[in-house]
Design a protein around this ligand. Structure first.
Ligand SMILES: *Cc1c(COP(=O)(O)O)cnc(C)c1O
Length: 362
């Protein structure tokens, strides 16, 4: 069996089917049905937040964040070290992504470089808690307050990470999350917006359902409503969140033991309760990364280059140079990490990485 970088957690079949049978019994498939509402409430309780909106995916969640905050032109300062959806959501909302380089310890936006990127057209800062590591949320909020900017966190990786005693998704004006099948917690496809302000939250809820409530049309909206089938997967997975994180921690700790001193690793903040969403490793250079990839591929093991290329290099974005992001992007990869990855496989992967890094053919 080939081993890929991730494998979706599947709840016990009968537990998912029980939910599907209930959907058949009541006949409600979508439009804020009972399972969507139940999942939203469970998430509010779990994360300790007031305004939680379940939407169709993590990309439209970012677009809703911008539109609900009234940001439909101007510049948004963001990180080049992320999945493409971070930057494309900004562009799709007719704004201009302005890339600010990252710092080298945990690959989040470099707060010391944000102010230099602010112009009269800047409307918001959109950092990413990349791999589930926390951005410097206090400094970012301070800058935003000084310049009258909004803060939107792309928290696609941040689910179940806690920072300074609360959910990492409870920072900024809006935080988003992704519940895509490849993420730590999934609902097949899905995403969420966590919104600080009640008025913004109400606006977002309306925009998610075409901007109207019955026959009253209030504003331009779109369809971001999630289905009962998706919510059912979320409810079936929900009781396993603790177990999923525990198993990922087991895998990560085992990698740590074997790979210590062989590869570079992000530095976890002291106040962060980490969710073990990814296992990124940084090689000395791209050549070393390629050697490791071909050694693993021979064994049917397929890590992924997350994130490559640095988004400022994309042809339709034409961003400024971001040397740190470009350097990290060229030599970072995520190793396979998922709840039922066996210790023997983790050891096998780590041993191949370790011996390849040592036996460089120069
Ligand atoms: C996965 C991801 C998204 C997009 O989420 P989808 O649910 O796939 O639309 C956005 N940003 C980051 C950083 C991601 O990893």
């Amino acid at each position: 069996m080939p081993i890929f970088v991730t494998k979706s957690f599947m709840p016990p079949r009968d537990e998912y089917i029980k939910y599907i049978e209930k959907i058949y019994d009541c006949g409600i498939l979508t439009n804020q049905g009972p399972f969507v509402r139940e999942l939203e409430q469970k998430m509010r309780d779990l994360l300790g937040v007031e305004n939680f909106h379940y939407v169709t995916n993590g990309t439209i969640a970012l677009q809703f964040a911008l539109s609900a905050l009234g940001i439909n032109d101007g510049e948004v300062i963001t990180t080049p070290f992320s999945y493409v959806a971070t930057a494309s959501s900004i562009l799709w909302q007719r704004c201009k992504p302005v890339f600010c380089d990252i710092e080298g310890d945990n690959f989040t936006i470099d707060v010391d470089k944000i102010e230099k990127k602010i112009t009269s057209r800047t409307r918001a800062i959109m950092p990413v808690h990349v791999f589930g590591y926390a951005c410097d949320v206090d400094k970012i909020q301070q800058i935003a307050d000084n310049y009258g900017l909004k803060v939107i966190y792309d928290g696609a990786h941040a689910f179940a990470s806690k920072y300074k005693g609360k959910s990492l998704l409870d920072y900024g004006d809006v935080s988003t999350c992704s519940f895509h099948a490849t993420k730590l917690f999934h609902t097949v496809e899905g995403g969420a917006c966590i919104v600080r302000d009640k008025d913004v939250s109400d606006k977002l809820e309306l925009q998610k359902r075409f901007g109207h409530n019955m026959d009253n049309h209030y504003m331009l909206g779109i369809n971001g409503k999630q289905s009962e089938m998706h919510a059912a997967m979320g409810l079936a997975n929900f009781p396993y969140i603790g177990k999923i994180i525990e198993e990922r921690r087991r895998v990560s700790d085992l990698y740590d033991n074997i790979l210590l001193n062989s590869v570079g690793r992000p530095k976890k903040q002291a106040d962060l309760q980490y969710n073990y969403a990814y296992y990124p490793v940084v090689f000395k250079n791209e050549y070393e990364l390629e050697n490791v990839f071909s050694a693993l591929q021979k064994e049917d093991i397929f890590p992924r280059r997350y994130f490559f290329p640095s988004l400022n290099k994309l042809p339709y974005l034409k961003g400024h140079k971001c040397p740190v992001s470009e350097s990290i992007s060229s030599r970072i990869a995520c190793l396979p990490l998922y709840a039922d990855l066996q210790n023997s496989d983790v050891e096998r992967i780590a041993d191949i990485v370790k011996s390849t890094v040592k036996n460089k053919i120069r």
